[in-house]
Design a binder for this molecule. Structure first.
Ligand SMILES: [Zn+2]
Length: 142
């Protein structure tokens, strides 16, 4: 994480324990969100963006949970889910599908988890090279 901060990446909240909103009591969900906020705030130099960002784990959240979070954060979703976490997809399929569904302005989800490592390690560098060659730029959220 320190390297991520040192490299100037924007850091967003994703809950502390990757909770499934629809299976979690609202109060517990918000406490876990705040626990993540505290952790991020303790890491000096973490870039939060003009308005801090929150991405709900699994892309789902209850309305009441979102309402709480929206008082301080922007909720960010994505339009390209690479599927890098899937053991049923080959690294080449992850790469080709990610390229196929990306367009200018896309928000693309790759994961740095152990589960996704095989596919992500193959697909991400090739994905970046592909779009760099086509003249695309990659930007952090603001
Ligand atoms: Zn997640």
């Amino acid at each position: 994480m320190n390297q991520v901060i040192a490299d100037g990446h924007l850091i967003g909240n994703h809950t502390f324990n990757h909770l499934r909103g629809w299976k979690t009591e609202n109060e517990l969900y918000h406490e876990n969100f705040l626990k993540c906020e505290t952790w991020i705030n303790q890491h000096q130099g973490a870039i939060r963006g003009q308005k801090p960002k929150f991405r709900p784990p699994h892309g789902r959240i209850k309305k009441a949970q979102a309402k709480n979070i929206l008082t301080s954060h922007e909720i960010v979703m994505w339009d390209v889910l690479t599927g890098d976490f899937s053991q049923n997809l080959s690294p080449e399929t992850v790469l080709q599908k990610s390229i196929q569904y990306t367009e200018s302005g896309s928000i693309v989800v790759f994961h740095d988890s152990i589960k996704a490592n095989r596919n992500m390690s193959y697909a991400l560098p090739r994905y970046l090279a592909h779009f760099k060659e086509k003249g695309f730029e990659f930007r952090s959220l603001v």
